[in-house]
Every structure is written in C-alpha cells, then in structure tokens.
Design a protein around this ligand. Structure first.
Ligand code: ATP
Length: 204
C-alpha cells in the first residue's frame, strides 16, 4: 500500500481544506516551529483509526477539531481523507478497491457525535479501518510513522513492546486482533453450551 494523497479539513491547525500529494520516495516535512508538521503526521495516524486522544496530544478526541483563534471561530467538525494505491494481489479483506486499485478512507468527527469512517464510499467501523491498515503492515501505531520522541521510546521500550513493533512491521498485528475476536466468540459459545447442558439436565 502506498499513501498518495491526504486531504484535511478543520483538523487541528488545518482549518481550511488542505490537500497534499505524497510522491514516491522519501517525504520530508519542513517548516518553522508550530506550523503543523506533527499535526500532519497525526492526521495520518488519526484517519488510520487512532483511538487514543492522548497520543494525539489531546484530552478528548474532539480536541482534533479546529478550536478557533482570536479572529476565527471554532469548527464543528474535522475530516481527514487518505488515498492510497493498492498493488495488484495485495490483500485488503472486505474492502472493494476497484479496478483502479485505489483505496480512499475518510474519518470525520463532529462535536457531540463522535467519529464515523468511510472506505471507498461505504460506511465502515473503526475496527475495520484499523484491521485494514494493520493487514497492510501500516496503521496508527506503525513503526513507519516516526514522530518526535519515538526513537527514544523505541530505545527505552520493554521487550514485549519491541516485539509488538516488529509484529506490526511484519504485517501480523491484524492476526492478533482476529485471534482475540475469535477467542471471545469461543468463550461466548462455551457459555451458551454450558447453559444448554443445564437446561437439558433440568428437563431430564
Ligand atoms: P514543532 O516544530 O515545534 O514540533 P510543529 O510544526 O510540529 O512544531 P505542530 O505541533 O504540528 O507544529 O502544531 C502546533 C500548532 O497546532 C499550534 O500552533 C497549535 O495551536 C495548533 N493546534 C493544535 N491543535 C489545534 C486545534 N484543535 N485547533 C487549532 N489549532 C490547533
């Protein structure tokens, strides 16, 4: 998967609709302090399903919505669109990437209404989006997104945390999520079976 385009509207300091084309090769973001470099990286993590407001440097998730300045009123929503190219044969379960191999994911948050996601025009769950990017060996916690302080965090990480980073890079993080889901379903089925045994015993 190759990120090609990013569109932000009302997201943090990007109050006006802003579009960025991400060309092949290495991309660097430069600019003076406070101009929004980290906000851009956060926008990529956010559209990929980031669920932690703290890791977006906010107290609550609505803090990503443009908060207003002395001269501009706050916005009521924030939206980030990420367009990625999917190589032929690359597996993107449950999302139809079409013949052009393009995947467009949009996350939108409205004040008081929470987040909603769309993938290629269809409403999807946060979990589907997180899985989609985890399967593509990227995602909100991907080691490919190196934010400030991340290098120090990798050095100081516990062995389990380092293992999680390697698993994310290897593209198997999604399998852990599916395993957890399957285990939960198994436990629910076992509880149902036990209840059925009780009912049968009562009837005998
Ligand atoms: P540095 O080089 O110092 O790390 P940076 O270029 O990475 O800076 P960011 O941290 O991305 O800059 O952006 C910080 C700016 O974004 C601040 O001016 C802050 O006021 C603004 N900002 C953050 N959240 C919001 C919000 N919800 N509404 C409006 N502005 C916001």
């Amino acid at each position: 998967m190759e990120i090609r385009r990013l569109k932000l509207s009302g997201f943090k300091s990007f109050v006006e609709p802003t579009e960025l084309r991400i060309e092949q090769g290495l991309t660097g973001i430069v600019g003076p302090n406070g101009c929004g470099k980290s906000n851009l990286l956060e926008a990529i993590r956010w559209v990929m399903g980031e669920a932690s407001a703290r890791s977006m440097r906010g107290g609550g998730m609505e803090d990503v919505i443009f908060a207003g300045t002395a001269t501009r009123p706050q916005r009521d929503f924030a939206e980030v669109l990420l367009m990625a190219g999917v190589a032929p044969g690359e597996s993107i379960p449950a999302i139809d990437v079409g013949a052009d191999g393009e995947l467009e994911v949009v996350r939108r948050i409205e004040r008081g209404a929470g987040s909603a996601y769309r993938a290629n025009g269809k409403d999807v769950r946060a979990k589907d989006v997180a899985l989609l990017f985890a399967d593509a060996a990227t995602g909100a916690h991907s080691p490919a997104l190196v934010s400030q302080g991340k290098i120090a965090a990798v050095i100081a990480a516990r062995p389990q945390e380092r293992r999680a980073m390697l698993e994310e890079a290897a593209g198997i993080a999604g399998l852990h999520v599916r395993r957890k889901d399957a285990e939960q379903k198994l436990r629910a089925a076992e509880a149902n079976l036990a209840r059925l045994d009780e009912i049968l015993a009562d009837m005998e």
